[in-house]
Structures are given as structure tokens and as C-alpha cells.
Design a binder for this molecule. Structure first.
Ligand SMILES: Nc1ncnc2c1ncn2[C@@H]1O[C@H](COP(=O)(O)OP(=O)(O)OP(=O)(O)O)[C@@H](O)[C@H]1O
Length: 333
């Protein structure tokens, strides 16, 4: 059993009347890669800033190794490093940007060597890049320099908010490799977010799911937002647009969101009794970390959905498949 590194006890973070995090209680293990997933505004960045001790919760406690810690507390300073969603680079050379954190830590030995190794870990050649300035880097290169500036600090806990946002496939792959190489070292913990579900699956040992500031206990494969309508012919409730509809139980309120757990979605079979079904187009397929499972991303009735399947049953992108689910599996969030 993994030792919990963090324990959150009834943690809330409020902005005015809105709760970006709403009474969250869960733990995060040491020595693993934990992915944080959820739609826009679900509280992921807010959570990361609390885990990095950049901010304090308004309610509840964040325990680190069993003790309540705070911003600037010596127990977490230099041990936990956050790369924010839009990392800031100084208007100086790449070398100075990567070295900057070392100088804050007052590390003066083997500086050039350490900077060179950190750049190599994100696929940047020291001779080609170390003298370049911020404006001489592509978006993907700048993101990798920002990651190198965290890796050079050799933290115990590396927290990354959307490290592959707006980078191309090559940079995304290099960032993936750098994170896995970091995580493979003894005693290292990585906590990260990404909107790219397949990428997050391929890098994470475990994923925690969030929705509207709360942790959702399992991975939801399908989220259905209103407006919902009642089919006058059948009397059944449906979500969807002109591109088709998806059947639901009666919504409890107009702004409720329906969710179907990924494990309840089945692909390629006709629906049985007490099940609903709809046609969906396969958009993307990906193998999970360890390659024992695979994930399929589809679009049905205008809604994106993901479901898992054995790697040998992966359908071809572009195919239309039938997706079925028990109506009783629909949860209201
Ligand atoms: N400084 C702030 N002031 C006011 N509201 C904020 C602030 N920071 C976050 N929020 C609100 O808190 C909620 C959660 O925001 P947060 O950035 O944590 O979500 P997220 O899941 O990271 O979203 P995204 O995927 O879009 O990055 C949102 O409704 C957001 O508008």
C-alpha cells in the first residue's frame, strides 16, 4: 500500500460565493504519477496551487506527510515545485532561466552541468539553445525550457498544470518522456493535469476526477449537459442536438449534468433490456500506461465520450459503433 503523501481534509477554496473546491477529502500517494482530470472550471488548477502550497485553503486542512503545511513552510520549500498553466520565462537566456531556481536555492556547484542535463532531459541541445532568449523559442520549446527549469531543482514532488497545453505532438512526446524518466527515480512524486485524456492515461498511474469542485469517485465516460427535452412520442427524456439524442432518466433540475461511468458504457453490441443506446463515431484510440488496457474517444449526438476496452478490440478511427449503457447507471452531478 502506498504511503499517502498528501491528505486533504474537507478542503474548500472559495472565490466570492463560488467554491472552486468544495469540501474535498482524499489522499495522494508518494512515489506515483497522479493525474487530475475534469472539465474546464472543475477546480484542477486551484487544487494544484494548494498542493504546491502556493495558496491556502479557506476551509479544511492540507496535510503533507501527516503534518499541516503552509506556503513558505521549510518542510515543503524546495521539495515541492509547481509549473503553472502558463509558465513565466524571464526575458533572459535559456541558460539563465534554467539556472534561476538553482541560484534561489544557493546551489553554486556544477551549475552548467546541471543546466545541460536538465535541458537534455526535455530534448533540448545545450549548444543550440542555452544562449537563446525567450522570443527565440517556439511555444513547445518554451514549455520544455520551463519544465527543465523545474527538473534542474530535483524536487521530490513535481506538480504540472497542463504541461502539454498548446504544444505539438513532438514536444508532447518529449515532455511525456521527461516526466516518466523523472518519476522512475526513487522517491519522486508527480501530480499533473491535462485535457488530453489519452496523454494523461499514458503517463499516470492513477487518475482522480473532478467536477464542479468536487472529486467524482470514478471516471465518467460521458457527461451530458442540458438543455434536456422530453420526447413527445415516447415520453422519454433525452439530451442532444440535431446530431442525434441520448436517453436519460428525468433530470432533477434544468442545470443538472448527467454522467455515465466509463465502466457502464459498452461498445459494439446492441442494447439489452433496460439499456439505452446511441450511434457514435470513433475519433481516437490510445493505449494506457502499461499497455494492458486501451481507451477509445468517440462523439455521439454531439457529446464526446470515452470508454475502455481490451487493446485487441480497438476499433478503427472513423468507424461508427453502437454504444449502450444501463439507464440506471446515469448519475446526476
Ligand atoms: N482567482 C480567481 N478568482 C475568481 N475565481 C476563480 C479564481 N481562480 C479560479 N476561479 C474559479 O474557480 C473555478 C475553478 O477554477 P480552476 O482554474 O481551478 O479550474 P480548472 O479545472 O483548472 O479549469 P481549466 O481546465 O479551465 O484550467 C472556476 O469557476 C474559476 O472561474
Amino acid at each position: 500500500m502506498d504511503r499517502p503523501l498528501y491528505q486533504l481534509e474537507e478542503v474548500s477554496r472559495c472565490f466570492g460565493a463560488a467554491r472552486a473546491l468544495d469540501r474535498c477529502s482524499f489522499s495522494i500517494p508518494a512515489g506515483r504519477v497522479t493525474g487530475i482530470a475534469g472539465p474546464n472550471g472543475s477546480g484542477k488548477s486551484t487544487l494544484l496551487s494548494l498542493l504546491a502550497f502556493v495558496e491556502r485553503p479557506d476551509e479544511g486542512r492540507v496535510l503533507f506527510e501527516g503534518r499541516e503545511e503552509h506556503p513558505f513552510s521549510p518542510a515543503v520549500r524546495h521539495r515541492v515545485t509547481l509549473m503553472p498553466q502558463t509558465p513565466f520565462l524571464l526575458d533572459r537566456s535559456v541558460f539563465d532561466n534554467v539556472r534561476y531556481g538553482l541560484s534561489l536555492k544557493k546551489e553554486t556547484t556544477d551549475v552548467a552541468d546541471k543546466v545541460g542535463r536538465a535541458l537534455a532531459r526535455v530534448g533540448l541541445d545545450f549548444d543550440a539553445f542555452s544562449r537563446r532568449r525567450r522570443h527565440e523559442l517556439s511555444g513547445g520549446e518554451a514549455q520544455r525550457v520551463a519544465l527543465a527549469a523545474r527538473l534542474v531543482l530535483d524536487p521530490e514532488v513535481l506538480i504540472l498544470d497542463e504541461p502539454t497545453a498548446s504544444v505539438d505532438a513532438a514536444s508532447s512526446f518529449l515532455i511525456h518522456q521527461a516526466i516518466l524518466a523523472f518519476a522512475a527515480q526513487p522517491g519522486k512524486t508527480v501530480i499533473l493535469t491535462s485535457h488530453d485524456a489519452a496523454w494523461l492515461d499514458s503517463v499516470s498511474d492513477e487518475i482522480l476526477f473532478f467536477f464542479r469542485g468536487r472529486r467524482v469517485t470514478e471516471k465518467m465516460g460521458l457527461l451530458l449537459f442540458g438543455p434536456f427535452a422530453k420526447d413527445p412520442a415516447s415520453g422519454a427524456w433525452v439530451a442532444g442536438t440535431g446530431q442525434g439524442t441520448i436517453a436519460l432518466p428525468e433530470p432533477p433540475s434544468a442545470d443538472a449534468v448527467a454522467a455515465v461511468p466509463e465502466r457502464c458504457l459498452r461498445m459494439g453490441t446492441e442494447e439489452g433490456a433496460h439499456e439505452a443506446g446511441f450511434d457514435a463515431e470513433v475519433r481516437e484510440t490510445a493505449l494506457e500506461k502499461g499497455r494492458t488496457g486501451a481507451r477509445v474517444t468517440l462523439i455521439g449526438a454531439g457529446f464526446p465520450l470515452t470508454l475502455s476496452c481490451p487493446p485487441h478490440q480497438l476499433p478503427e478511427p472513423g468507424r461508427t459503433v453502437r454504444v449502450s449503457y444501463p439507464l440506471s447507471s446515469v448519475q446526476w452531478l
